[in-house]
Design a protein around this ligand. Structure first.
Ligand SMILES: Nc1ncnc2c1ncn2[C@@H]1O[C@H](COP(=O)(O)OP(=O)(O)OP(=O)(O)O)[C@@H](O)[C@H]1O
Length: 272
């Protein structure tokens, strides 16, 4: 479960926010608003539904707002306005304790730089999320070990992260996230630091895990090929707006703009 619905979400950074909100409503573009108010419009008028139990991919060039959008989903960054509903519950209305409890029970994150603790073993890293949830050590490590084995890291439990390749480190990151059994997995450029072949393997593994576990996954990437491979639903961002959102087949057969058509053509050209 966990459909995520965003309604009228805006995020402005810095400057004179109130003046910028007015200019956003008037439809001025990002550059003009920055010049007049010192405000960067990172997200504007985002209306989106990210389906439950499927992989949604947020795709776009650098600066298009992908990371801001991902972080706003669980209020690691607070949106300036708008509603964000998980199965109907608007998390923009939660106070901090309720928000923390919500994150703890429902969400896990996987990062581009793996975010492993260098002085802890692979097993301790994989059990780390569970430890934060208050699960007893023996239990946490048993669950973590099972996930490590599932992800092909059986035998590496006592190793330290610096002894692992990038692909193996990211598998530890995935094990740590999945061990907490979240409804929602947020992945920020999670495979972008990996060599192409390893990246390919991890993409395949993520698709298999998704088919088996049926999690709601939101995956950020700047790579259109990765988006088309992983996404059941793809959101193309441009300058803080949603340029097009839909299944890959729709993006391929009916791109909503030249901008999306160029991305799709780029994917086709690099596949040749
Ligand atoms: N803390 C911040 N303060 C001011 N502006 C910010 C901040 N974080 C992001 N921005 C701006 O907001 C816009 C969206 O940035 P964001 O990082 O969300 O984009 P992105 O698509 O994830 O880019 P990248 O792929 O480079 O990470 C950009 O114009 C960026 O410069």
């Amino acid at each position: 479960m966990a459909e995520i619905a965003l309604t009228g979400v805006n995020k402005l950074y810095g400057g004179h926010g109130k003046a910028a909100q007015v200019l956003v409503a008037q439809g001025l573009d990002k550059a003009a608003i920055l010049e007049r108010t010192g405000c960067t419009v990172a997200l504007r008028d985002i209306d989106l539904v990210l389906p439950s139990d499927a992989i949604s991919v947020i795709m776009g060039l650098s600066g298009s707002g992908k990371s801001t959008l991902l972080r706003c989903l669980i209020r690691l960054i607070d949106p300036s306005s708008g509603a964000i509903r998980f199965d109907g519950e608007d998390i923009t209305r939660l106070g901090l304790p309720a928000l923390r409890a919500f994150r703890r029970t429902h969400v896990a994150m996987v990062f581009q730089n793996f975010a492993l603790l260098p002085h802890r073993t692979v097993l301790q890293n994989a059990a780390f999320g569970l430890a934060l949830h208050g699960v007893k050590r023996g239990d946490a490590e048993a669950r973590a070990a099972a996930w490590l084995a599932k992800l092909g890291l059986g035998g590496y439990e006592r190793a330290y992260p610096d002894a692992l390749s990038g692909g193996m480190r990211q598998r530890v990151g995935l094990a740590r996230a999945l061990a907490c059994d979240p409804d929602v997995l947020l992945m920020d450029e999670a495979f972008s630091a990996l060599d192409p072949l390893i990246r390919d393997e991890l993409q395949a593994q993520l698709l298999d895990l998704q088919a088996e576990l049926g999690k709601t996954i939101v995956f950020v990437t700047h790579d259109i090929r990765e988006a088309l491979r992983l996404g059941a639903h793809i959101v193309v961002m441009r300058d803080g707006r949603v340029e097009q959102a839909g299944p890959p087949a729709t993006l391929l057969s009916a791109p909503s703009s030249d901008y999306v058509a160029r991305f799709v053509a780029q994917a086709a050209a690099s596949a040749r």
